[in-house]
Design a protein around this ligand. Structure first.
Ligand code: GLY
Length: 368
């Protein structure tokens, strides 16, 4: 299947115009979740700090315009300070250092960026529980049940470990992915957001939600993290089980797409029983399917590309900020938590939307 390039070039034009609005504002400040579709700058304390640098690196990769590279490089001091001084550390080191430092290293070969990213990878492995073969998501190490959790989002933090070149880091990522497949993915390939673990024994206790509607429901963004995360684990390990999980979780996602192809924030909701959408889940899912396209037969690839095209066109036509002149985001109707940061631009949704456009327009490599 061939995509219509003109459409995605128009979508890219809209995104780059919005980056232009944002770039001077976010100097050592980081967009997170908007208010009335306008981001303000946060300190480098949240899990989302790397997404705007990542957007600038993608823009640089696609356009070759140095201003994006220079802007993103200006964030390196802040990321170095965060990891060297152990500030605001969680499993999210993967998101944070892949899109800030690994991206820089892949684009420029910078030794400094390489060193900072390796330090972040080491710090991520300190969250590994040997008995349970999992990376603890949140909280200090040493906390106890029921506060210790594995969460589906961690799947996107694993590429930092696979990439690092250390055998131990690779083994930790592989073991965590196996544990996540065992407990966070249900028999029908829907997903739990989190699973409570007993750290002394490594025992997996029970599935719980954190941002979804209910413990036994499927949080749309969590399902998108599963699709993309297992596809990435397959890229690095070639474990057939991970490919199967990525394809089957994608099937569940596809089966839950409503009429306009942008999912409700939790799959408990449908066109007959609607609630708000989550555009960020749609964008992450598209990147996951595009990753999977590399590993499946030609007819399945065509099917996936057709779905990506449908979702991406709906995002552009129905949910982009193209008619919101004051907005400095790309996509409206993202959700952080249902009752806190909903129906707004969210910076990770914007990042994955641009990553999907970049993947559709070029064969540039991703940073994961
Ligand atoms: N990783 C946090 C979230 O998806 O909201």
């Amino acid at each position: 299947m061939n995509i219509e390039r003109d459409h995605y070039e128009k979508a890219l034009e809209h995104v780059l115009a919005k980056v232009e609005l944002a770039i001077d504002e976010f100097v050592d400040k980081f967009p997170h979740v908007s208010s009335n579709n306008v981001y303000s700058g946060e300190e480098n304390t949240l899990w989302t700090a790397s997404f705007f640098p990542g957007i600038c690196y993608l823009a640089y990769e696609l356009t070759g315009d140095n201003k994006y590279l220079i802007h993103s490089e200006s964030y390196l001091d802040s990321f170095e300070d965060r990891v060297v001084n152990h500030k605001h550390i969680s499993h999210d080191l993967g998101f944070l250092y892949t899109l800030s430092c690994v991206a820089n290293y892949k684009l420029t070969g910078s030794e400094r960026a390489h060193k900072i990213a390796l330090l972040a990878a080491e710090m991520l492995t300190e969250r590994y529980n040997e008995q349970g073969h999992y990376i603890q998501a949140w909280g200090e190490m040493g906390i106890s049940y029921p506060d210790v959790k594995i969460i589906i989002d961690t799947m996107l933090n694993l590429p930092l470990l696979y990439w690092s070149g250390s055998k131990r880091n690779y083994e930790i990522a592989l073991s965590h992915a196996r544990t996540a497949a065992k407990y966070l993915i249900r028999e029908d390939y829907s997903s739990y957001h989190t699973y409570l673990m007993r750290p002394e024994t490594g025992e997996a206790m029970i599935g719980k939600t954190h941002q979804g509607y209910a413990d036994e429901s499927t949080w749309a963004r969590g399902q998108a993290w599963a699709v993309y995360g297992f596809a990435l684990s397959y890229r690095y390990t070639k474990e057939p089980e991970f490919l199967k999980v990525a394809k089957e979780t994608a099937r569940v996602f596809i089966n839950n797409l409503p009429k306009d192809s942008v999912p409700y924030w939790d799959f408990s909701f449908t066109d007959d029983h609607p609630d708000i959408k989550d555009t960020s889940a749609a964008a992450i899912f598209c990147c996951g399917l595009l990753e999977l396209c590399q590993y499946v037969e030609a007819n399945q690839k065509d099917e996936y590309l057709a779905i990506v095209d449908r979702v991406m066109r709906s995002l552009y036509s129905n949910y982009s900020t193209k008619e919101l002149d004051t907005s400095n985001g790309f996509l409206t109707e993202g959700v952080y938590h249902r009752n806190h940061g909903a129906r707004e631009c969210v910076i990770w949704g914007d990042y994955f939307y641009l990553e999907a456009i970049v993947r559709l327009l070029s064969d540039t490599k991703t940073f994961w």
